[in-house]
Write a protein that binds this ligand. Structure first.
Ligand SMILES: [Zn+2]
Ligand SMILES: [Zn+2]
Ligand SMILES: [Zn+2]
Length: 302
């Protein structure tokens, strides 16, 4: 059952969850699924540690919120992703990632046109030989079934003009809005604004980049939903579903608690040494329960 990867919305996630786009010093990547963690942790620690058993988060209030699987079975548990210090290995990567998106912009300010150039990773800027100005394109495509993919730049640019096979484009940006970006084929010179292009990218092809192996080509089993262009850092790609598990009273309960515990001492102006003695007595007798008169107002708490 792959329920946990079919939907992006309403999932309890942290920002390194499978399918999330992580901005690294070497460009954006998609975190791939955690399926290999059990064997990789065993390998990296020479069998000293077992994932997920030794990385459980013991927090009954949180794990109590996890839905039990359709087939029943034992209650689900929460686990953390091991960190490098925890497994005593600073050199190896723990989580596998995949470079995404795979189209790049060359932002070399010395281009004679003064514009940027769009091309696919693995090929080169059509104008200059410099690598230092390459950045991953900030737009990606998604659908409401949870799929995420590169925009089909060539297909959208050359719709109805299939004779042109060019895959590099001039990128003229007057504003950061999609209507302020004009893309021109470097060969046939057909031109389109990004907002126009976003309406002609076609149907979603069902890609889940987080399920693909690091060096494997994209898999597109098909989907058919309408594809939508968005920024790769857009919050629509992952939506959190907030669950309240800890309630902190918003009334200041400390003065009440002190009065309840130390009423006699406060009223009779007992000396500080005596109060300390009472405290030690409380501790040694194991009195840790809150007095009956103490009621934090949980109805109006945050
Ligand atoms: Zn260039
Ligand atoms: Zn063309
Ligand atoms: Zn789709």
């Amino acid at each position: 059952m792959t329920q946990h990867i079919d939907l992006r919305a309403s999932q309890l996630l942290f920002n390194h969850g499978p399918g999330s786009i992580l901005e690294t010093t070497r460009g954006p990547v998609v975190v791939t699924h955690f399926g290999g963690l059990d064997s990789s942790i065993g390998m990296l620690t020479n069998g000293r540690m077992v994932f997920p058993r030794e990385f459980e988060i013991i927090e009954p209030r949180l794990s109590g919120l996890l839905p039990v699987g359709i087939a029943g079975g034992p209650p689900p548990k929460l686990h953390r992703v091991p960190s490098n210090p925890e497994i005593d290995n600073q050199r190896s990567w723990i989580l596998s990632t995949k470079e995404f998106p795979s189209w790049l912009l060359c932002r070399n300010p010395d281009h004679p046109s003064g514009n940027f150039y769009l091309f696919q990773a693995g090929s080169r800027c059509p104008i200059c030989p410099e690598d230092d100005f390459h950045t991953a394109i900030r737009f990606v495509a998604y659908c409401r079934q949870g799929h995420l993919d590169d925009i089909r730049w060539s297909g959208a640019m050359h719709r109805g003009q299939e004779m042109c096979q060019e895959t590099t484009y001039e990128w003229r940006e007057t504003t950061s809005a999609m209507s302020g970006i004009e893309i021109t084929c470097t060969s046939c010179e057909i031109s389109m604004r990004l907002d126009e292009l976003s309406r002609s990218i076609g149907a979603c092809r069902g890609r889940h980049p987080q399920l693909e192996g690091r060096g494997e080509p994209p898999e597109r089993p098909g989907c058919g939903e309408r594809e939508i262009v968005t920024l790769r850092q857009s919050s629509v790609l992952w939506q959190s579903d907030t669950k309240r598990v800890v309630t902190i009273p918003n009334t200041d309960s400390i003065p009440i608690l002190l009065m309840e515990c130390l009423r006699r001492e406060v009223n009779s102006k007992t000396s500080f040494t005596e109060i300390l003695g009472d405290g030690e007595m409380y501790q040694s007798s194991g009195r840790i329960t809150i007095p009956a008169g103490f009621h934090p107002d949980s109805d109006r708490s945050e």
